[in-house]
Design a protein around this ligand. Structure first.
Ligand SMILES: Nc1ncnc2c1ncn2[C@@H]1O[C@H](COP(=O)(O)OP(=O)(O)OP(=O)(O)O)[C@@H](O)[C@H]1O
Ligand SMILES: [Mg+2]
Length: 395
């Protein structure tokens, strides 16, 4: 803090000059000598001194205490009050502004030096503490957000599992109901029984496969490793197949001239990102269809042609690119720079938290050195996931 900048506020010129000489002799720089409270506030904002030496009693409308309070509030600059003789009342008010120190105008050089040094030191420590607290608060907020994102992702997964279970569950229902009929009609025999068991088990196995698939596909990775993005995209889309079919959404994966596209990172987190983007496209498509159906009858046909998602994998210099294009109407004008913000959602209350894109961006950009961005295209949106390409790992 050698040479720190100090502002002097003192309306008696002789005292002010004396103080300036003393302060400079201690190795500090005096930014200005000010005589009124109003000017002191302006000068503090302009020069941003490290410390203000403030005469408590100033002539004019504003006294030192008031000026000090403003300077502290606006600029967080520490204050040392200088007093000659001051009444109790003003000292009480001064105390409320939490000054860094008090000095008698007749103080010695040593007193001046110690008080200035202590204030600068104390202020620096406080700033450190404040910064540390702020960083901690931010970390906590981020943690809560990630927890929420995980919950929301889990909700989406349950939705997907429920869809994938619906079919085998229905089949199982039919198989079981048939037992009663077969018994009534005297068809229940050994052969029927063994077929009943094997058919039921097939459905049950397919249900448990869905769960295993989910567990393997989406449990968080511990470490980065090379994986084939073409394969990962394919797996994720087949996991969603039940749902896309249900919504009559046509999904196309293309990777012209490319067999495999290796990138290094967390494969399951990558799948999660693809899933988030797919869910967003599916939501946009569903919303657009609904809106079209509601507006005009003659657009029903148009609505029927909507529902295409294309996932295209390609190479750009050293980067692998996944482009997901949909025809869900795109992101409304004016919201484009908000969609990656946490908690930003346009979905109906209760159906979207608004963390999907935020989390996806963190995963791709902070954890995998990639880029995630979007642009509106004709009839919809295109989201780009860029990741550095790596060479195929040795088997
Ligand atoms: N493919 C898309 N087409 C049109 N708008 C989109 C698309 N993807 C995202 N958006 C817009 O961006 C917003 C934020 O998306 P984000 O995935 O972060 O949250 P969400 O889908 O609303 O909720 P959730 O937390 O369940 O993912 C959406 O509400 C939507 O308005
Ligand atoms: Mg989403």
């Amino acid at each position: 803090m050698e040479g720190a900048k100090i502002q002097i506020v003192e309306d008696e010129a002789v005292i002010a000059l004396g103080l300036k000489t003393k302060v400079e002799a201690l190795g500090y720089t005096v930014t200005s000598i000010i005589a009124t409270g109003e000017e002191a506030i302006l000068a503090a904002g302009r020069d941003m001194p490290a410390l203000v030496l403030m005469d408590i009693v100033l002539r004019g409308k504003m006294d030192g205490v008031e000026a000090a309070k403003e300077i502290k509030d606006r600029h967080a600059i520490p204050i040392i009050y200088m007093t000659a003789y001051s009444g109790e009342k003003i000292l009480e008010r001064a105390q409320l502004t939490e000054p860094s120190g008090y000095l008698l105008k007749a103080c010695t050089n040593t007193e001046l030096m110690v008080t200035i040094k202590m204030s600068l030191y104390k202020h620096k420590m406080e700033e450190w503490r404040r910064k540390a607290e702020e960083a901690e608060r931010k970390r906590q907020e981020e943690k809560i957000l990630i927890e929420q994102a995980k919950l929301s992702a889990m909700g989406e997964m349950l939705r997907a599992i429920a869809h994938n279970w619906r079919q085998p569950l229905n089949a199982l229902g039919l198989i079981i109901q048939d037992v009663e009929d077969s018994y009534k009609f005297g068809e229940f025999n050994d052969e029927y029984l063994s077929e009943f068991v094997s058919n039921s088990m097939a459905e049950i196995n397919s249900m448990s496969e869905v769960i295993n698939g989910y567990r393997n596909l989406f449990k968080p990775d511990k470490e980065k490793r090379p994986f084939d993005a073409v394969e990962a995209v394919g797996e994720t889309c087949s996991f969603l197949h039940g749902q896309t079919r249900n919504l009559s959404v046509n999904v196309e994966i293309i990777h012209p001239g490319i067999e495999a596209l290796f990138v290094t990172g967390y494969i399951n987190e990558f799948r999660q990102v693809v899933l988030n983007l797919m869910f967003n496209s599916m939501d946009a498509i569903t919303a657009r269809k609904k809106a079209l159906r509601l507006t005009q009858n003659d657009t029903v046909q148009e609505a029927a042609t909507i529902g295409n998602i294309t996932l295209e994998l390609s190479r750009h210099d050293t980067m692998a690119m996944l482009k997901i294009t949909d025809d869900g109407g795109g992101v409304p004008e004016g919201l484009a720079n908000r969609i990656f913000e946490p908690y930003f959602t346009t979905r109906e209350q209760g159906s979207g938290v608004g963390v999907g894109l935020y989390l996806s961006k963190i995963l791709i950009e902070n954890q995998m050195d990639g880029k995630l961005y979007f642009e509106n295209v004709e009839n919809g949106a295109a989201f780009y996931v860029m990741l550095p390409e790596t060479s195929e790992p040795c088997k």
